[in-house]
Design a protein around this ligand. Structure first.
Ligand code: G3H
Ligand code: ZN
Length: 281
């Protein structure tokens, strides 16, 4: 069923687990997510970046996302990931997205606050959840690359929450978007401190490549939504490469995408387990 992000995150906050959020850009990608979530009886967030919308089109993604969610046995929220331009939020609201991220993290504190407040004014009466971001999570996200990080400060997070009353907050605690090159370090104490100060769902971005034990620790420290993209894409890429190498001359689109879908589903199921969201639907 299609539900608001508010509903999904409320339960995760109350019961101390995280809802996994996976990006999708086409049908097989989406099927892998929904099938994986259904098999483990987990709520799930399916999310689209502005880049995915540019690639597939609003209407196609709305039809795919809402259709899959409405037919699903598990609660599914359709989320706009890293929305930076209001026109995307407005169109997503009109087409039925049930959760939005307004990412003003590259702007100064006051501008970020004002951007969040503007979206909340429209989204709240419609029961659409609004995720904000404070601090800077570096790396490659969608079509943008940011080469630095600014960790989220707990007192700034308190001020930010008091001024915006956002539904959830993405925090910078050491993770980066895309592929990790060096050692992964997550500031678990920072997560705990922020959670102690503002008891709202906290969001971890850049979660591909993080070992399960660290993901579990992040969830135990207070994370209630975990975003995954790159790792699912890499699973698709590897499966496709392998298939094409082993089956030269096979051009049937269904044959090529079948192993890709399975490979993506496997990653989805692993992440659901690490988030402790299985049997929470
Ligand atoms: O917003 C999306 C995520 O933060 C994805 O990050 O590609 O590193 O998994 P990732
Ligand atoms: Zn992200």
């Amino acid at each position: 069923m299609l539900v608001s992000g508010r509903e999904i995150l409320k339960d995760a906050l109350k019961n101390e687990y995280a809802v996994p959020a996976f990006n999708f850009a086409n049908m097989e990608n989406l099927q892998a997510i929904i099938e994986g979530a259904e098999e483990l009886n987990s709520p799930v967030i399916i999310q689209t970046t502005q880049g995915a919308i540019n690639y597939a089109g609003y209407e196609y993604l709305a039809d795919l996302g809402k259709g899959a969610a409405q037919r699903s046995k598990v609660p599914v929220a359709l989320h706009l990931d890293h929305g930076t331009d209001f026109e995307y939020h407005l169109k997503a609201i009109r087409l039925g997205w049930t959760s939005l991220m307004i990412d003003g993290s590259k702007y100064d504190f006051k501008t970020n606050v004002n951007m969040v407040k503007q979206i909340i004014k429209i989204a709240r009466p419609l029961n659409i959840s609004v995720e904000a971001e404070l601090g800077v999570i570096g790396g490659k996200e969608d079509d943008n690359e940011i080469e630095y990080q600014i960790y989220t400060e707990d007192q700034e997070a308190v001020r930010f929450y008091n001024e915006t009353k956002c539904d959830s907050l993405a925090i910078a605690v050491g993770t980066v978007h895309g592929v990790y090159n060096g050692e992964i370090k997550i500031d678990f104490d920072r997560i705990k401190n922020i959670k102690k100060e503002i008891n709202i769902p906290l969001v971890l971005h850049g979660s591909s490549g993080i070992p399960d034990n660290m993901l579990i620790k992040a969830v135990e420290s207070g994370i209630n939504k975990v975003n995954f993209d790159t790792e699912v894409k890499i699973a698709n890429f590897k499966a496709m490469n392998e298939f094409v190498k082993n089956n030269p001359g096979v051009y049937d689109i269904r044959e090529i995408f079948k192993p890709c879908r399975e490979a993506m589903k496997k990653v989805v199921m692993e992440k659901i387990k690490a988030c402790k969201s299985m049997d929470r639907a």
